[in-house]
Every structure is written in C-alpha cells, then in structure tokens.
Design a protein around this ligand. Structure first.
Ligand code: SF4
Ligand code: SF4
Length: 407
C-alpha cells in the first residue's frame, strides 16, 4: 500500500504536474473571484440542433466534471442554454446540481435545454424489449426526480460504440416510448469510440434526433469521419461535440520548454474549441469547464470564431500536430494486438478521466462497465504489454499510469 502511495505521488510529481494542476484547478472552481470579469458577450452565435428545430448557442456546458453550482449559475448568466449531464455522473449529484440551480433556484426550466444519458451495461443490452423499457423507465424517472423536472429535452443512450446497438429494435422502441410519453423531447446517443461507424448506422435507422460525439483537433486528418458528420447533419441529425479540447495530458510529454506556453495558457483551449466549432455542421459543443477561468476562456469563442494570430500559430505548429498523434482516437485498431482482448480504447478513456480531468469516479465507472473478458484486470499478469497503437500512443505507459492513479 505504501509503495502504491509513493508511486502515485511520484507519478503526480513527474507527469508534468498535470494531475496536481487539475486538482488545484478544481479547488479554485469553488471561488467565484474573477468570474465577474467576463462580461456577457454582445451576442452569442446560435445554431439549430438539426431536426429538433431548437436553437442553442454554439458553446454549451458539459457539466460532467463540475461540482460547483455557482459555475452552472454563471454559465447561464453568460448566455449558455444547453447543459449536458448523465445519470451516472458523480453518482447522481451532477443531475441534482443541474436541477437545483436551473430549475429550483433560477426557475428557467423552459429556457434551457437539459440533456442527460442512460447507460445500459453490455449484459443488459440483450434483454427482451419489455425489460429494457422498464430499465429505461426507472432510470429516467430517477433522473427526472434529481433534475426536478417532468421531462428532459434530450435523452441519450450513453457510450455507444457498437453500430448494432444503435440499430437494436429494443433500444429504439424503449427510447421512442419515452418520447411518446413526453418524458423526453428528443432521443439520441453519445459515442466516444467507433464514432464513424455508429453514426453511419444511425443515418440508416433515421430515428435519432441528436448525437453527442467526440470531435477535437486530434481528428483533423480523419477525413472520412468529418465527411460522415457533414452528411449526418445534412440528414437533419443535431450534432453536439464533446472532448473538444482533447485534454489528454500525455501529448505534452515531449514538448520542449519553449513550446509549453502553447499548452499552459488559454490559447490551447480557445484555439481547439474554435477549430471544432468552425465546422458548421456541429450545432454546438459541450466543453467540460470546471473553473470560472476556463468558462471565461470558452465563452468568448461563442461570439467570435475568428482565429487570433496566436491561435493560428498553435494549430499550424508542426510539433503541436505531431503531439496530436499521441491522442487516442478510440479507433479500436489496437484491439487485435492485445492477446487477452482488453478493451484498450475504454481503458485509455478511463486514463483520460483520471489523468486529464482528475475525475477518478468516472474513470472507475468506465472500467466497471467493461465485461470481465475485456477488463483492465487482465493486464495484471502481463509481464510486458504487447499492445500497439497505429498512431503512436504509448499504451503500456498509459496502463502503468492508470494503475498508479487508481491504486
Ligand atoms: S490506442 Fe491507438 S489504435 Fe488504439 S484506439 Fe487509441 S488511437 Fe486507436
Ligand atoms: S498489458 Fe497485456 S493484457 Fe494489458 S493491454 Fe497490454 S498486452 Fe493486453
């Protein structure tokens, strides 16, 4: 145990201060000091969320990692109108905070778009339709109770990576039933992995109104995916971007000191968020700001997508582009290289939650959702990791870091 603590401390000290920095940031999120410095921008750019017809500012709030109600309140005051949470975030406290601030205190339920997500574990995905409907009904009722409302605007099936799941008739029937009961205005799913394929599948079935998907600068050369997004939007699917600032701390690993200013100031955040939102097929993005400083960096992007000189330099820098290759795209191409069948993309996402967001609970949630035959436990007996990334992500190192962080 002592060894684990020492290792964890050592990791925190040696990982470029990343995790320690995040924890410090999270502490500072309790202070509203500085929040008032950001005046409400004159006008936020809005876009229509596909066939829903709902117009929202291009910057929304991904509430997942936030635990300060004042931040939600301030986001609303600055013009943000779309708030993204989930049943599992912070064991329900995240939904409770959204309900308390927006519904109970500000009384603006009819002026905001609330999105939440329901996660069915892999073993629940083959249940008969009536059982699946019952699970969805119970979980949604609980979410509505926490949110203090009788409907959500968007209900996502959470964390979809299998195109067959998108097409599953029981899932579709369950979601549509909630829509018919008017407990949900629009249905959709969130996807972090295999995004291109699951979105293509959604375009075939034509029942999903909104998709919450990963889009960030590390995907700048993934032309096929960008084309899929464009076509999905043209079909009327409302697209919401997440993981926009790709805070996967490891791309800083080999950055020389003179380049670190790109990664340590606000430029990285505004440049990356602008890059996403300059794709007009994305209706909005849900950056997961957890501090007033981050909110104050993100909100001006909502009214001006023109790059500043520094932002352009950042995005065009060869080294920055090279570092982006170390960001996991969750393409799944490494799966065959692990002889034990570990779900490496999910494990790396758990690493991102722990090492980049400082959200250990969400990291464990992601890992707990894995079936035993795909879980991180299988790595315990491996002398040397043989898994290989097609892009250059150092999988073995991430696994070691994750074990230390979660020890
Ligand atoms: S580690 Fe590499 S190969 Fe594996 S999912 Fe991520 S980007 Fe793809
Ligand atoms: S440590 Fe072993 S089991 Fe784990 S991902 Fe690497 S090769 Fe697979």
């Amino acid at each position: 145990m002592a060894r684990n603590i020492l290792n964890r401390r050592k990791f925190l000290e040696t990982a470029g201060g990343t995790v320690a920095g995040i924890l410090a940031f999270r502490r500072s999120s309790f202070s509203r000091e500085g929040a008032e410095k950001q005046n409400k921008p004159a006008e936020l750019i809005t876009r229509t969320l596909g066939r829903t017809g709902v117009r929202v500012p291009i910057v929304s709030m991904g509430v997942m990692n936030a635990d300060n109600p004042e931040l939600v309140r301030r986001a609303y005051e600055l013009g943000i109108r779309h708030f993204d949470t989930a049943y599992v975030y912070q064991r329900g406290r995240n939904e409770e905070m959204v309900g308390r601030v927006l519904v109970e205190e500000l009384k603006v339920r009819d002026r905001v778009v609330i999105a939440t997500k329901i996660l069915l574990r892999p073993q629940q995905r083959s249940l008969p339709v009536e059982e699946m409907k019952e699970i969805h009904r119970r979980m949604l009722e609980e979410s509505l109770r926490r949110l203090q409302t009788d409907y959500v605007d968007i209900l996502y099936s959470h964390d979809v990576s299998d195109p067959d799941w998108v097409k599953n008739p029981a899932l579709i029937e369950s979601l549509l039933a909630l829509k018919e009961q008017k407990k949900v205005r629009f249905i959709g799913f969130s996807t972090h992995q295999n995004m291109n394929e699951v979105i293509r599948a959604a375009m075939e079935v034509k029942v999903y109104d909104v998709i919450l998907t990963t889009l960030n600068y590390s995907l700048y050369d993934y032309a096929e995916y960008l084309e899929t997004l464009k076509q999905a939007a043209a079909q009327g699917i409302g697209l919401v971007a997440m993981k926009t600032q790709c805070q996967q701390a490891w791309y800083r690993e080999s950055v020389p000191p003179e380049m670190r200013r790109f990664y340590e100031g606000p430029i990285i955040h505004s440049a990356l968020l602008k890059w996403v939102l300059r794709h007009e097929f994305m209706a909005t993005a849900v950056p997961g700001f957890t501090t007033f400083e981050q909110l104050n960096t993100d909100i001006p992007v909502a009214s001006n997508l023109e790059y500043k000189e520094e932002e352009k330099k950042f995005l065009e820098d060869r080294l920055v582009k090279r570092q982006m290759a170390a960001v996991c795209r969750a393409c799944g191409q490494c799966l065959q290289s692990c002889p034990k069948g570990v779900d490496i993309p999910v494990v790396l996402r758990a690493h991102m939650y722990a090492a980049s967001y400082g959200n250990f609970y969400q990291a464990r949630e992601a890992l707990d959702g894995l079936e035993p035959e795909r879980s991180l436990q299988l790595c315990a007996d491996c002398q040397q990791c043989q898994a290989k990334c097609v892009r250059g992500v150092n999988i073995a190192r991430r696994l070691d870091e994750l074990k230390i962080l979660l020890a």
